[in-house]
Design a protein around this ligand. Structure first.
Ligand SMILES: Nc1ncnc2c1ncn2[C@@H]1O[C@H](COP(=O)(O)OP(=O)(O)OP(=O)(O)O)[C@@H](O)[C@H]1O
Ligand SMILES: [Mg+2]
Length: 351
């Protein structure tokens, strides 16, 4: 296969990407990815989301050429991932980065730098700068065997960006990190985008994703169920209204609590959650009639987490059924190029 002739603007592009695992003789094969199309714009932060087992790592492994797709194609900066030249554009941090335990942090970075063709004092200088940037200066000469999970994640990211790749692919970069560690990684991802780098990362920590991603793709059971900028995906309707009151006596709260979706005292104010605007107005009138004073009224919109649950729940299941039916119908007419029919059937025993 040749390098993609139609070099396109996307940093990462996939077409009809499919991954079928054959665990062993007489065991059921597993379709981990059905027909994934991705277009990740250059210089953007792209969140790749899905439940456990959705197919995120399977996709990432294909992008970094750790495994070959069963069918379909993928390109990094216009170069087909099966071509070694694609690798020079990629910085990669796997799900659980493994490092040689007896190497120190600086030795580890220098080792990876050499693998990327870097060398000499400029490599050591760059490695030292990253060690400082990622808050590991005190541990420069500590062996990796003594590193905590969070320290490994930081060094994993430093390793991924060492050779200043155009595309950084991170599999669950925030998993296992404390809030400070997550904030540091988030800031690094933002800084990478500001320098023109494309960051593609999978995550379960939806709050972090919502904060920083330009676009997200949600996959469910190996199939794409939603894609786009978060603001365009989320339901802009008000889904709940939160109100805060002062001056409600202890006797007034139980009556209001009965009518509200939720009621609690936050240590300073009484808070009520109403299901919609009408309920909020009713509750407000009642609270004020009982001597309460409204201090705040906050409309809640759908969160990324709520959206994720919606599209990977019943709604997602329905979309999958419809998409699979459409895929089956289109295959009947025009089979996907390069796909072996025998490999495509989930549940078929391995040959
Ligand atoms: N080497 C393999 N052999 C057989 N099945 C596999 C293999 N690797 C992954 N799978 C299966 O493919 C599906 C997708 O797995 P994958 O690791 O891509 O999911 P994921 O979205 O990364 O999940 P997680 O959030 O748990 O990391 C799962 O059902 C998994 O069991
Ligand atoms: Mg995974």
């Amino acid at each position: 296969m040749t390098i993609a002739a139609d070099a396109n603007e996307s940093a990462i592009r996939t077409r009809a990407l499919r991954m079928v695992y054959h665990p062993g003789l007489m065991q059921r094969s597993k379709v981990a990815l059905h027909s994934l199309n991705l277009d990740v714009p250059r210089a953007s932060i792209y969140g790749f989301l899905g439940q456990n087992g959705a197919g995120k790592t399977s996709t990432i492994k294909i992008l970094v050429a750790l495994q070959m797709a069963s069918a379909g194609r993928a390109w990094i900066m216009g170069t087909d991932v099966i071509h070694p030249a694609a690798r020079q554009h990629i910085g990669f941090m796997p799900e659980n980065p493994y490092f040689y335990e007896y190497l120190t942090a600086i030795e580890t970075l220098v080792f990876y730098g050499k693998l990327s063709g870097m060398h000499g004092p400029s490599l050591t200088k760059k490695a030292d700068a990253l060690i400082e940037q990622f808050g590991l200066k005190q541990s420069r000469n500590t062996r990796m065997g003594e590193f905590s999970k969070g320290m490994r994640q930081r060094l994993g990211l430093a390793q991924a960006v060492l050779h200043e790749p155009a595309v950084v692919i991170l599999d669950e970069p925030m998993s296992g990190l404390d809030p400070l560690g997550r904030r540091d990684i988030r800031n690094e991802i933002l800084a990478l985008r500001d320098r023109g780098c494309t960051v593609f990362f999978s995550s379960h920590i939806l709050g972090d994703v919502a904060d920083i991603c330009d676009r997200v793709c949600i996959i469910h059971k190996g199939q794409h169920v939603a894609e786009g900028p978060i603001s365009a995906l989320l339901n802009q309707k008000v889904v709940e209204v939160e109100m805060a009151f002062s001056g409600i006596g202890p006797e007034g709260l139980p009556r209001l609590a009965e009518q509200a979706r939720r009621a609690w005292h936050d240590g300073r104010l009484y808070r009520l959650l109403a299901a919609d605007d009408d309920e909020a107005l009713r509750l407000r009138a009642e609270a004020e009639a009982g001597g309460g004073t409204l201090r705040a009224m906050i409309p809640h919109h759908e969160s990324l987490e709520e959206y994720f649950v919606r599209v990977t729940g019943e709604e997602g299941e329905l979309k999958l059924l419809l998409d699979r039916a459409a895929e089956a119908a289109s295959k009947k007419n025009a089979p996907v190029e390069g796909e072996k029919a025998a490999e495509a059937e989930e549940g078929a025993p391995a040959p």
